[in-house]
Ligand binder design. Structure first.
Ligand SMILES: [Zn+2]
Ligand SMILES: [Zn+2]
Length: 349
């Protein structure tokens, strides 16, 4: 076996290479090149970043972003193997300038090499598309939450508000930057949720109906044209059901607690039999109250299928049916509502 003897044309040393020896190749090759200056456009309000013409949310702080931009400003020659890059130091010169020193190391022609370079990050502030829309009160859709033959109560208003914000969190996390709640107005007749996109409007209204029941009707309106596209605004009228979960109603001399409402029927709990049922005839119901408003009475005695309870207002003993599902026992408590017509006592558990 014969080794070809070559001589390096630069230093004259022996080498196996055709041409420069490894040492001379290493010293002449500019294997690390850094862009000395990188500009980054950020929104002063929400820290979004603009790349080309598109804005996106950056899921970390400015220091992390500076490091990433500085590392992205490095170009390393392909012959460097086992490449490792990282940050040496980061200095915030002023609010608009961050100086990063970054390093690259690896193996070049069989020997370790290491170099560092400085990259100046220049921050430019510009209001992003989302903040522009937010500050301008931009909206595409209004969800009018109302109730059938009544006004939504405080609990429903709070729940609607929470559902809307939960949906907003979900779509923002999914990266839909331009879907947000512009405003929520709590008004006498209900709640108006004003949103920035048709898609979030549809999602919020669907979620409210899924959780609380009710019906939706949509009313689109042409408001203009932009870049050849017709612009619509949609008013979504959402009617919550007439009866809420927990309402106690009477129908054909029986009392029921409402468990839910679907198209054309009510799911109820029969307060006499202690089982669930479905009712269909909406017009015949009379509202007694809500289980949340129930009073509490002491059970004073039980006598076979009858029981005595102490009326907390009049301090009279009222005799009621000891319904099996209530599993009453004396000296315990039971909750009840009063029927305003006739003053009867309705045990709700
Ligand atoms: Zn050489
Ligand atoms: Zn912004």
């Amino acid at each position: 076996m014969s080794i070809k003897e070559n001589f390096c044309p630069k230093c004259g040393g022996e080498t196996d290479n055709e041409g420069l020896c490894n040492k001379c190749m290493r010293s002449t090759l500019e294997w690390l090149v850094c862009q000395p200056r990188v500009e980054c456009i950020c929104c002063p309000t929400c820290d979004s970043m603009k790349k080309g013409a598109t804005w996106s949310d950056v899921p970390y702080d400015q220091k992390k972003l500076a490091e990433e931009l500085a590392i992205g400003a490095m170009s390393v020659h392909n012959d460097v193997q086992d490449l490792e890059v990282g940050l040496v130091s980061l200095v915030e010169l002023n609010p608009n300038r961050t100086l990063c020193t970054v390093f690259a190391r690896g193996i070049l022609y069989e020997k370790h090499v290491q170099k560092s370079c400085d990259v100046l990050i220049v921050w430019r502030r510009e209001q992003c598309d989302r903040c522009g829309r937010l500050s301008g009160g931009y909206y595409e859709s209004t969800i009018q939450v109302r109730a059938t033959n009544r006004r939504p109560d405080l609990y429903e208003r709070i729940r609607v508000d929470k559902i809307a914000h939960d949906v907003e969190d979900t779509v923002q996390e999914a990266g839909d930057r331009l879907s947000f709640i512009t405003r929520i107005d709590d008004i006498r007749d209900g709640v108006d949720i004003i949103v920035s996109s048709h898609s979030i409007g549809a999602m919020i209204s669907r979620q409210i109906v899924t959780e609380m029941g009710g019906k939706i009707t949509r009313h689109p309106k042409l408001v203009g044209e932009k870049e050849g596209r017709k612009l619509y605004r949609v008013t979504i009228l959402l009617r919550l059901p007439q009866f809420r979960q927990g309402d106690v109603i009477t129908y054909k001399n029986r009392y029921y607690e409402v468990r839910g409402a679907d198209k054309g029927f009510l799911r109820v709990f029969d307060l006499k039999e202690g089982n669930t049922d479905v009712l269909h005839d909406e017009s015949e119901y009379r509202l007694i109250g809500h289980v949340r408003e129930a009073e509490t009475a002491d059970v004073t005695y039980i006598d076979q299928d009858m029981a005595g309870i102490l009326d907390p207002v009049t301090y009279e003993i009222r005799e009621v049916k000891a319904l099996a599902w209530l599993k009453l026992s004396d000296h315990e408590k039971v909750r009840f509502l009063r029927d305003p017509e006739g003053g009867g006592i309705i045990l709700v558990g």
